[in-house]
Design a protein around this ligand. Structure first.
Ligand code: MN
Length: 499
């Protein structure tokens, strides 16, 4: 449902008139080849569009203005094949609102040892031309990604892939709408925050609807649409016997399907990209949405429980960034620990709502009582997630700024069956180790709710945070608590000054 090929990143080459027509013709020729090659590269999920060489203050301003107002343009890749005096870039960079990636490359990979002459030197100047450009971007304190290497280098393509994905996630937030059914869970701190600041900083709006507005739509669901959704459930999941037609709880499955159809209709009608609900406010609903939230997440909607709109929006952005990659992204919660000193790990789960995009194997569709909320037993998908590198990301409101915190983890397959656990579950080992990882998370104020990803790296989220202009902190294999605590202290000062 999220097709990244809809989006364009513009390839913009800077130069100047000093070198004469011949050189500029060569510059344009080379840029065309590079842009076409990037556009064709399998690693890059968006279209890369060649733009004519910019050689003056006016041309640079104009291309930045066009980028700002072109809906499908999600970012710019800039490269200075020759020397492009950077005072010419001030006006353009000042108004540029789209993410910027500075590709520090050159057309030829190797020095042509036998043939190199002053004509060659005159044309291939990016080693110093890009430094002039870099100075100005730094001088203007603008966030950007810098990628270094030959344009055919697979590592360079991978970094451009990461940039493009982060830019797609950022673009998706601009003008996005998230709906909050009911308020934040009573008394909970970290899931709340400043929605005005979020809309200003992130570009998305969070507005509330009383649960009655949703219940009305749910109640308009037709029997025929419920029948066809149940057929889809039967085809996609292994249903426990009580949920099969004629089973004791078949009517609960129909109720669950009805909730899913109503929710989906509501989200589509309002053009929402995600939602949050709370078990404390379900008046008129028969069950807490379990399978509904799970399947809507699998279709790309952002979701988080208990009124946690920040995590819902983050999950959505992560789904856009990971679009088309193997593995999935889900709402997650650190639930309980395995403190075996030989093999410590975290069991992640939620009451119900883990996205089946991270499932290993076919989910089982089950029904069990839920101790909170005071509603009928909710239907949910139960599954294990696979092992391998993964991460948890948390977006928190520190009062004077937003902080995006990431912990790289190693997911592990469950050591044992968990026959009585009625929810989807994931097991992971935080990096650099259990104690350091958890201590650093708590020191950074990371939430119990996260976006869990099997297919994004910390770099995707760091690029994303840079685009948003917010703090990014990473807990990974090299984290030491001493260094991490200092980083938090230093950031505190930085964000007081850098307002
Ligand atoms: Mn929760």
């Amino acid at each position: 449902m999220i097709n990244l090929k809809e989006f364009e990143v513009w390839f913009v080459t800077g130069s100047q008139h000093l070198y004469g027509e011949e050189t500029l013709k060569k510059v344009a020729e080379h840029s065309t080849i590079i842009a076409a090659s990037l556009n064709d590269a399998k690693q890059i999920p968006v279209r890369v569009v060649f733009k004519p060489t910019v050689k003056s203050t006016e041309e640079i301003y104009s291309i930045c203005e066009q980028a700002n107002t072109t809906k499908n343009c999600i970012g710019i890749i800039a490269w200075m094949h020759t020397f492009s005096p950077a005072k010419m870039w001030i006006g353009g960079l000042k108004i540029l609102q789209k993410p910027l990636c500075h590709l520090h490359t050159q057309f030829n990979r190797d020095i042509p040892w036998n043939d190199i002459d002053m004509d060659f030197m005159n044309l291939n100047q990016s080693a110093h031309g890009d430094r002039e450009f870099g100075f100005m971007v730094s001088r203007m304190r603008k966030n950007r990604k810098v990628v270094v290497g030959h344009w055919q280098d697979p590592e360079v393509l991978e970094e451009l892939n990461t940039f493009s994905r982060a830019a797609a996630g950022w673009n998706d937030w601009q003008g996005a709408k998230f709906v909050r059914f009911g308020d934040n869970m009573r008394f909970v701190a970290v899931t709340d925050g400043d929605k005005v600041e979020a809309e200003y900083k992130f570009g998305y709006a969070v507005n509330t609807h009383g649960i009655g507005d949703l219940v009305k739509v749910i109640n308009e669901t037709t029997d025929a649409s419920i029948d066809s959704l149940i057929e889809e459930y039967e085809a996609s999941y292994t249903l426990v016997p009580s949920l099969l037609k004629g089973g004791a709880q078949y009517s609960s499955l129909r109720d669950a399907a009805k909730i899913e159809i109503g929710l989906r209709t509501f989200l589509e009608a309002g053009n929402y990209k995600g939602f949050t609900d709370t078990f404390e406010d379900l008046h008129g609903m028969t069950q807490l949405p379990g399978i509904a939230a799970q399947r809507l997440m699998a279709d790309g909607y952002g979701f988080a429980g208990e009124g946690d709109w920040k995590t819902s929006a983050l999950v959505r952005a992560m789904k856009v960034m990971g679009s088309g990659l193997p593995g999935g992204n889900s709402f997650m919660e650190d639930y309980t620990y395995h403190f075996d000193p030989e093999n410590p790990m975290v069991l992640g789960s939620h009451m119900l709502e883990i996205c089946p995009s991270i499932a290993h194997g076919k989910p089982s569709c089950q029904i069990h009582p839920l101790g909170i909320g005071g509603k009928a037993d909710p239907v949910r998908l139960v599954f294990n997630a696979g092992g391998g590198p993964a991460l948890n990301a948390s977006l928190i409101d520190m009062g004077n700024r937003f902080r995006l915190l990431v912990n790289e983890v190693e997911a592990v397959v469950p050591l044992h069956d968990l026959p009585k656990l009625p929810v989807a579950r994931v097991l992971w080992k935080p990096l650099p180790d259990m104690k350091t990882g958890c201590a650093a998370w708590i020191l950074a104020g990371g939430a119990h709710h996260t976006g869990y990803s099997q297919n994004l790296t910390a770099t995707h989220l760091q690029d994303f945070a840079d685009m948003a202009g917010i703090e990014f902190t990473l807990i990974g294999k090299d984290t030491s608590l001493y260094q991490f605590k200092n980083e938090l202290r230093w950031n505190e000062v930085f964000y007081q000054i850098n307002k």
